[in-house]
Design a binder for this molecule. Sequence first.
Ligand SMILES: [Zn+2]
Length: 295
Amino acid sequence: MAPDAVSGSSDAPPGAGDVAGPDGEQVRRTENPVDGPLEWIDNHCHVAGSSDLEGVLADAAAAGVVALVDVACTVEQSEQHPALLAGRPDVWGTVGVHPHEAEPDEPRLGRLAELLDEHPDHLVAVGECGLDYFYEHSPRDVQRRVFAAQVRLAHERDLPLVVHTRDAWDDTFAVLAAEGAPRRTVFHCFTGGPAEAERCLELGALLSISGIVTYASAGDLRAAVALAPLDRLMVETDSPFLKPSQVRDKGRNRPALVPYVGQKVAAVKDVPVAQVAAATTATARAFFGLPGGAP
Ligand SMILES: [Zn+2]
């Protein structure tokens, strides 16, 4: 979803700091809403550049987040990831260009492939990439070209593809049909309803559910979550955007809040939270090829 949050987010305004409160003081350690030692993976967040990355990661670990995937939106972020992630065994990165940042500049996209060659240990997916006709910060034809190039890169490297789509379902499916959907494709921050969910599932893709599932206005999304098999779902925070609505503290969204997303998914599917944690964590490990996952 980044770099823009959707309306209805309860986030602090951009620039308010990450976990830190208004005075730069740390907010209290995040309270885990779920009893028991559950393990979660936040498969989509944007925290590598946080001023207090250590605090963000410690808070996440205390909430049972055993791994997270930090997603790049620009070539620059893709380049910065390996240094930011070095020495952090449970944090993984991606290379990608968000549709907001799409430019008709093929050499810059070529840089993504070089980074994958240089840092295969840290970089586990291509994206986030896709189409955003809601904000339309880049011309649509440029967005489609830059998206298609990244779909091809995911194919070439047999890497997972992280898709962002907003108000652009038909063209998103058209690009994926033309290029072929990579065998590991996820619609991140999925916000469609049952019809879109069915189209994604038919492609063989996964749906990643964010804190939007907790918003009062997200009835269609909850219907999609109810319909999708649990083993086709992952959970994410998309932090620092889209804080789950149950969380009332002053901090911005953060990986430690991913259990709140899982809690809502469990309520919608009427299954135990532990089942959602176990299933989504196993799925994320396998999808991104993280240690402990099926190949
Ligand atoms: Zn994102």
